[in-house]
Design a protein around this ligand. Structure first.
Ligand code: CMP
Length: 138
C-alpha cells in the first residue's frame, strides 16, 4: 500500500552541499515528493518538533544544531514509506549505519546525521501536518 513519510534534510547536509544528492537518492528510491521547501527552523519549531526528546541530555544541543542553518522539509509517498526511508537512511549513528545508506555516506556524527525520517505512520502524519497544510500536498 502506498503511504507517506516525512523527512528533514538536515543543516549539515545543506551546509556541505549534499542536499541535492540526498534528494536525488530519495527520488531514485521511488518516493514521490508531495510537498517540499527549504526553510530555517525557528527555536519554537525545533523545540516543538523534537518535544518527544525534551528530557534527553542532547535536547538543547539538538535544537541548537537544527536551527543552525537551512534545511529541506519534505512530505514523501511510496509503498512502505516509513520503513523504506529508514532503511535508506541507515542507523541514527552514522558510524553504525550500513554502507551505502544516506547517513553512512553523508552523516558526521550521531547528532549531525544528515537526515531525519519519521519512525511510524502515526508520527509521519503528525510531522507532515507540522510543516504542510493538506492543500500543499500535490
Ligand atoms: P533524528 O532521527 O532526527 O531524531 C532525533 C535526533 O536526535 C537524531 O536524529 C539525532 O540527530 C539526535 N540524537 C539522537 N541520539 C542522540 C545522542 N545520543 N546524542 C546526540 N544526538 C542524538
Amino acid at each position: 500500500m502506498s503511504n507517506r513519510t516525512f523527512t528533514i534534510v538536515k543543516p549539515d547536509s545543506v551546509a556541505n552541499g549534499n542536499a541535492g544528492k540526498i534528494i536525488a537518492r530519495i527520488e531514485a528510491e521511488g518516493f514521490r515528493i508531495l510537498a517540499g521547501r527549504m526553510t530555517r527552523l525557528s527555536q519554537a519549531q525545533a523545540r516543538g518538533f523534537y518535544a518527544v526528546h525534551a528530557e534527553r541530555p542532547f535536547y538543547n544541543d539538538l535544537v541548537a544544531y537544527m536551527t543552525s542553518g537551512p534545511v529541506w522539509v519534505m512530505a514523501l509517498e511510496r509503498d512502505n514509506a516509513v520503513p523504506h526511508l529508514r532503511a535508506v537512511m541507515g542507523a541514527t549513528n552514522p558510524a553504525q549505519a550500513e554502507p551505502g545508506t544516506i547517513r553512512a555516506l553523508y552523516g558526521e556524527s550521531i547528532e549531525r546525521n544528515a537526515i531525519h525520517g519519521s519512525d511510524s505512520n502515526e508520527n509521519a502524519t503528525i510531522e507532515i501536518a507540522f510543516f504542510f497544510s493538506s492543500g500543499e500536498l500535490v
